[in-house]
Design a binder for this molecule. Structure first.
Ligand SMILES: [Zn+2]
Length: 137
């Protein structure tokens, strides 16, 4: 059973792209953790919103999705690097396949994640799409 604070935390993370900044080394990362990956100690962390756009540093086409995503296959998953150096694994939506490439600029969009959400009431969250300026007509 999921507690209310846990649902709230997850929703904040999914809706606002809340990550952490380490107050010791100032590195920012996503998703939020309790230990700084750079310092390796229980440094003081604060919640910070992540930048809303970044660029694709690697991607893969998924032909066989997990439960709840079958109807969406094939789809693209990408590792996106944000201006603050945080990296986010995200689905790429609303983008034609020929615009999805390494280095493409992407921005956060708010989309339905799944019809069947194992975590209950929250079925919406972040995904990214390729910015239209990088699209070839
Ligand atoms: Zn740190």
């Amino acid at each position: 059973m999921t507690s209310i604070p846990s649902i709230w935390r997850k929703s904040n993370q999914r809706y606002n792209l809340d990550g952490n900044q380490c107050l010791t080394c100032h590195q920012e990362f996503f998703p939020p953790r309790t230990v700084c990956p750079a310092c390796g100690i229980k440094a003081k962390l604060k919640h910070v919103p992540m930048p809303r756009s970044g660029k694709i540093i690697s991607f893969t086409e998924v032909f066989s999705g997990p439960a709840g995503f079958e109807h969406e296959t094939p789809y693209f998953m990408a590792l996106v690097e944000l201006p603050n150096s945080a990296r986010i694994l995200t689905q790429i939506v609303d983008s034609s396949a020929d615009t999805i490439r390494t280095g493409a600029r992407v921005q956060k969009v708010f989309r339905k994640i799944s019809d069947i959400d194992p975590e209950g009431p929250i079925a919406y969250g972040y995904k990214f799409k390729v910015l239209s300026e990088t699209k070839k007509a």
